[in-house]
Design a protein around this ligand. Structure first.
Ligand code: FES
Length: 68
């Protein structure tokens, strides 16, 4: 599912970054190239907390599967 139509970022892209431990808002935004008004239409900057939630969720899921 696309969560950024401008750059074609999929939810799976954010989950992949989460598995790599990239969960902080600034690092996620810069890695995805949505970190400023020149590179983002505004929609993703406004919703970066949703990206963080997805990344943290995936990070927790990957860590629990390693521990099991
Ligand atoms: S929807 Fe993500 S930069 Fe526009």
């Amino acid at each position: 599912m696309y969560i950024c139509v401008c750059k074609g970022i999929k939810e799976s892209d954010v989950r992949s970054l989460g598995r790599e431990g990239i969960t902080c808002p600034k690092l996620l935004a810069s890695t995805l190239g949505i970190n400023d008004k020149d590179s983002c239409c505004g929609r993703c900057l406004k919703n970066v907390s949703n990206f963080v939630t997805i990344a943290i969720d995936e990070r927790a899921r990957s860590q629990s599967s390693v521990e099991a």
